[in-house]
Design a protein around this ligand. Sequence first.
Ligand code: TXA
Ligand code: MG
Length: 328
Amino acid sequence: MRILEATRENIALAGRALAAGGLVAMPTETVYGLAANAFDEVAVARVFEAKQRPSFDPLIVHIAELGEAERVVAHIPPAARDLMAALWPGPLTLILPKREEVPELVTSGLPSVALRLPASEVARALIQAAGTPLAAPSANPFGYLSPTTAQHVAAMLGERLDYILDGGPCPIGVESTVVDLTGEIPLVLRPGGMAMETIAAVVGRVELFDRSVAQPTSPGQLASHYAPHTALHLVEAGGLGRARPREGAVALCFDASSRRALAEGSPGLYAQLVCLSESASLLEAAARLFSLLHDLDRDGWSEIWAERLPEEGLGRAVNDRLWKASEK
Ligand code: TXA
Ligand code: MG
């Protein structure tokens, strides 16, 4: 494996490796993806093998231009067209009826396929260089935290791929929002980097998949996912002071004011207090989430105690990831 700076020559080199059936970790605006030619079943199988991912988990197909959608999906309903026109390129994945040519392995046998046009210019240049849509899950071992830097990928999967294209830290930091458009009402299967409010402004009505009433159809909905090795406990906003952490635990506060309240109200309860965003920015909290959890996981705290963020905008995606990472 080699880490490549994202120069034009290196993007061409990585594109050739993909066209020849190789695996390349690519930066996107959300998280790093583990990419393979979406139409090459053997290459896609190597992605599952590298991630040790159960094959029932379908992958997202990434395209570089709107016109490529027809190579992957059989039919684009009006709501999907509106979302593509308004919000692509961006952190939004659409579930649409698949074309027959898309391998069953990519969709885990589902009649639908996940499609995304990323905002990252390096990602789009790589797709173009490969000359084919790329199937890419997040570049982490199954069930572990997603990578937001090339170094995260190298540490987790380094020996299992051909190249890591280094595009620097991912600016959004949580995965794309997944919206199912195969039913009557657009359904958010996974909250993510595109706020639900923004999606609703385009299509009118959108519903959030409720895991308490329905069976998960998308493994991103599995309760235990994106988890660090250190036990993580999630409490309500402002609830960290009432928790009973073990000795040597770290508190993950939302912002500086919450950290200050905890330091003054419950001195010594935690060995360390950190916050996701000093200035209470949901955007910054999302961008730092996985990176901070990777760091805390390495630091060897006895436990991580986190508080919920406001359930709005990207706060919804952060809460979703914290909940999935937490001990139930
Ligand atoms: O931001 C992202 O989406 C990143 C970057 C690399 O693009 N990718 C990513 O991929 O997060 P992955 O494989 O970790 O998550 C894909 C999600 C999973 O929750 C999967 O179950 C869901 O999309 N998905 C894929 N195809 C689906 C389908 N046909 N129906 C329902 N859910 C699907
Ligand atoms: Mg993932």
